[in-house]
Design a protein around this ligand. Structure first.
Ligand code: DP6
Length: 361
């Protein structure tokens, strides 16, 4: 039996009649980036991330058992209390991909109601928190049908399902650090789902902070699907995939030793490499804005002047994630307020820190 087959559920009897499950699931920020995938939603390289806390999606699933199995998936979708038809195709596709693993979903009429704690269209990817929340409530329903399902297996399968919705979403179920993609030094790692980082982590990384500077709140210039596709036939792709594995090996040593200078080097290099990949693909893109570069420059100056362990990372966009140890929180917030806020759209930023993943509310 291959791995994905082990997630196939045959449960189609003992289905609860009706109920509601509500959960919250966070966003995450990759330290080593996932960029490049092969069908279906399998990563070309392993990635590792901090699970966030404040930035999350709250999703409520109301379910009502049907008399007969539906021919089409039956669901209504509300976002922040309003019916959102534009979100349907993504959820429809998600249900199509997960049906094999959770066949009971055809026996229900669902009402899904979602909201984010971070500002809408803030340029913060909501697919990680949104898809992991949805996968989690579906798995909670499976747990009601099959109470013998262990918490561990439930989380693993929720991560597996979330991956089919959006790759990075599979890293949001657990925390504070998760790994997705097979890495030779991490025996439990898998391309099919993310796992909680299994090794020792130095106290320097406890409650690590992430302040997200909203530089550009516009529509994504490049969708992640298009972005990942750019790695097919990319002249530097193979070397990049190897480099990601090497950087995870470096992080394993760094997490143990607490070496923050080495941490900064890996994390900033990963962010710039992700953008370098986009600048050197065909078609090519520059996703940073002038203010992104100004912020990076200021962070480097501040680090030089103060010996702070502040650093930055980027997603596939212009916003900057400022990462720093909890011990520096006060000074860094002061620095952000006085030096960096001016580069943010409408002065907006979000203070977050590492968190523990999805949970019921
Ligand atoms: C740059 O997970 O959004 O944030 O699998 O197509 O949904 P899909 O892509 P997505 O890609 C995120 C890429 C990234 C880096 C990362 O989070 O690892």
């Amino acid at each position: 039996m291959n791995l994905s087959e082990s997630f196939v559920s045959k449960l189609e009897s003992n289905l609860p009649t009706s109920g509601n499950i509500t959960c919250k699931s966070p966003s995450n920020i990759a330290l080593v980036k996932y960029w490049g995938k092969r069908p279906v939603q399998l990563p070309e390289n392993p990635s590792i991330s901090f699970t966030l806390d404040e930035c999350h999606t709250i999703t409520s699933l109301t379910y009502q058992k049907r008399e007969t199995k539906a021919t089409e998936f039956s669901f209504e979708f509300y976002f922040e209390g309003e019916r959102k038809e534009s979100f349907r195709p993504k959820i429809q596709k998600f249900f199509e991909r997960i049906e094999k693993y959770v066949p009971f979903i055809r026996y229900y009429d669902f009402v899904i109601d979602s909201r984010n704690t971070f500002p809408h269209s803030s340029g913060i990817a909501s697919s990680a928190s949104g898809m992991s929340a949805l996968a989690y409530v579906v798995m909670k329903l499976e747990k009601e049908i099959n109470p013998e399902l262990t918490k561990e297996d439930m989380l693993k399968k929720a991560s597996f399902l979330a991956r089919l919705g959006s790759g990075s979403a599979c890293r949001s179920l657990e925390g504070p650090i998760t790994v997705w993609g097979k890495h030779e030094a991490i025996e439990i790692s898998s391309d099919d789902y993310a796992v909680s980082y299994p090794f020792e982590v130095h106290d320097n990384f406890k409650n690590y902070c992430d302040t997200i500077l909203l530089v550009d709140k516009g529509e994504k210039q490049v969708s992640s699907t298009v972005g990942h596709d750019l790695m097919h036939g990319h002249p530097f792709a193979q070397r990049r995939f190897e480099q990601a594995s090497e950087n995870i090996s470096r992080l394993i040593t760094i997490f143990k030793s607490g070496d923050l200078n080495a941490f900064i080097e890996v994390v900033e290099s990963e962010a710039l490499t992700l953008h370098a990949m986009m600048m050197t693909s065909l078609p090519y893109f520059i996703l940073m804005k002038p203010n992104t570069l100004s912020i990076i420059q200021k962070i480097w100056e501040y680090r030089k002047e103060t010996d702070s362990k502040i650093c930055f990372t980027l997603d596939a966009g212009a916003n900057v994630h400022v990462l720093y140890p909890e011990t520096e929180k006060e000074q860094v917030i002061e620095f952000i307020k006085s030096e960096l806020v001016g580069y943010c759209q409408k002065g907006q930023y979000i203070c977050d820190k590492v968190g523990l993943g999805a949970q019921l509310v």
